[in-house]
Design a binder for this molecule. Sequence first.
Ligand code: MV4
Length: 498
Amino acid sequence: MTSKKIHKILIANRGEIAIRVMRTAKEMGIKTVAIYSDADSASPHVAYADEAVNVGPPASSESYLNTKRILDVCKELNVDAIHPGYGFLSENSGFAKQVEDHGITFIGPSTHAIEVMGDKLAAKNAVAKYDIPMVPGVNHAVTEVEEAKSIANEIGYPVLIKASAGGGGKGMRVAEQAEELESQMLRAMSEAKSAFGDSSVFVEKYISSPRHIEIQILGDQHGNILYLFERECSIQRRHQKVIEEAPSSVITPEKRKQMGEAAVGVAKACGYYGAGTVEFIMDENLDFFFLEMNTRLQVEHPVTEEITGIDLVKEQIFIAEGKAIGFKQEDLKINGHSMEVRVYAENPRENFLPDTGTLNTYVVPQGPGVRVDDGYEQGMEIPIYYDPMISKLITHGANREQARLRMLRAIDEYQISGVATTLDFCDFALRHDAFISGNFDTKFVDKYFTPEALNDNSTEKEALAIALAAHILHEKSNGNELLNGSEKLSKWKLRAKQ
Ligand code: MV4
């Protein structure tokens, strides 16, 4: 157990999450050290930090994943704690161990918890002793097709074959019926082998159109574990979340308590401390099943912050210092509703192909109930080396509809040109009847989205162009010069360029 006041944090990450962590550090009077690659020297996260150090070439493996260089920087600059953010080294138990071995505080859970939850089978086994709903299936690695067949016969088709080392959908195959089992199992195993170097798989009943609901938890090093309610993350595309919200519109107070307590059980099963997220899938009967636990601060943590008023990064830092959580389960209340959309530099008209280029225009929305967590500025290039997320746009309102309307308004205010973004795709989703009703699942995008659904305003644009031409001709024939015409049209032009 660590119990040390933190004076200087190195953030082993980049972009929006590095800034997010530094903002809280600044409020707490803690000094910050940024690291950056050659591709990020002009990034706002570098300018924001008290000190910043170049750790290598653009490739993540040579910079943001360069553990030796990062630990050397810590020594040189007297860093006493590392915040890993999400992605990169955040769920690397070997790194967490090295950090602690160097006498530096890892702002995150124990090495043991990262290890157990990183292995899906180990995770299932760890929680099996607690009273946590699990998908019907087996908790051990299966290598023989014959064994898989007999398990599938027992639980009934369809079944899902999952990689033990997996997560995020890699190495996952559905077998609708017995005839498909062998081929799907061999595929899952070879995919798992090449993706994770470990071909072990297990078999579960396949829940065909689940909702994805996750519970935020906080644990301290004194054994206190609390749940900070759910996030509904069903609007996703190929395992990449697009819209998240809290609370979920299908969860009753009773269900919330059950899920919260189940999540606390999962955390207890691995002696968890820090901020963590327990993922569940929920079927059409609103029965929920434990999927996995993420041992990091998640991208979508802001929606939980908005509805609880808790600064999750501040809690992470206090917990890492060895402090006990300063509030109780009964103190936590849900205040209003929050939504988050992820703005990616991807083209929804081209099968979400990542788009690179320069942010020629970049103006963020403002006003009541709007929060933007971003890591770019106008004029910057989106590098090709990293995740294509430009920003997270978060709204808060007294209720779901106010949060939704604020999101639509904020999307309309957001001005980005130079790269294609997923903003209009999010606008489409937020206006869809299924989204408005709350009656949707993880198949939302597959079911409802086609590029044609995006409103290109083409007839509107043509009409505007004709009206404009007529206006110019008319003014010219009267001998007038046009004043401010370009200024007034600037937003329209931006939209037309996208
Ligand atoms: C499932 C499932 C249905 N049945 N397990 C996807 C990634 C990994 N976290 C587990 N996942 C799933 N596991 C059973 N037994 C459906 C998914 C799934 C999913 C889960 C959460 C969020 C989005 C998803 C998209 C497709 C499939």
